[in-house]
Design a protein around this ligand. Sequence first.
Ligand code: AP5
Length: 218
Amino acid sequence: MHVVLLGPPGVGKGTQGILLADAFGWERIVTGDLLRAARDAGTELGREAQQYMARGELVHDQLIIGIVQEKLKALTLGTNVVFDGFPRNSSQALTFSMMLQTVGLAIDQVVVLEADDDVLIKRISGRRSCPSCGAVYNQSLASPIREGVCDTDGGALFRRADDEPSTVRNRLEVYRRETEPLIAYYEKSHALVHHIAGGPSVEVVQTALRDALGLSLS
Ligand code: AP5
């Protein structure tokens, strides 16, 4: 199954995608993580992407498509995949559909996580991440046992540079302008589109997500 997770910054796409992948052995393709890894490794691609990410703008399509293509090539046929952060605009969505079509695949289901802006802003302002294992915490909503320290590997937690309030405002605007229209695009293209409230607790959202996708652990 190929599932696209859509939703504004901070709604919980990463949090929910990790739980899904861990529980059911799915692969995750997360363009934001891939770009941050390239930036931290100091590659040319990473340096270029950073200029856009720092402003909360979308990195240009060609670069993103190239990254996703590489990841898709490396997948074993039949692997279930959740796409988080991709596609992000209509041009990426069209190219993505064509890429999948050429290998006889398609997007099966789309999940739209939704929450009010005040919830998103509260979550983003408290988000802290581990640089080594990528675990994501929240100062007020999902705090680690020891403040500032990753529960899993003891890494010193940091705040993403694009989580500064002025950048977050732009990221929200870019989402509404560029990404939200993809909901109608997928509804028209006959993919199954599920709208899930992202405001409740992590566990409640995960249950709703599994129910929507027809997944159970039994
Ligand atoms: P990206 O990394 O994709 O960021 P985003 O879409 O803005 O989403 P976030 O990572 O901010 O939020 P999330 O929904 O994953 O929430 P999370 O689970 O962390 O993109 C970053 C940048 O990269 C873009 O601006 C762009 O420049 C570039 N980029 C990426 N993909 C691109 C593409 N395809 N094309 C072009 N450019 C691209 O949760 C947030 C916080 O809330 C956490 O602290 C978490 O612990 C907490 N939380 C989560 N769920 C709950 C809950 N239910 N209750 C309480 N707390 C919760």
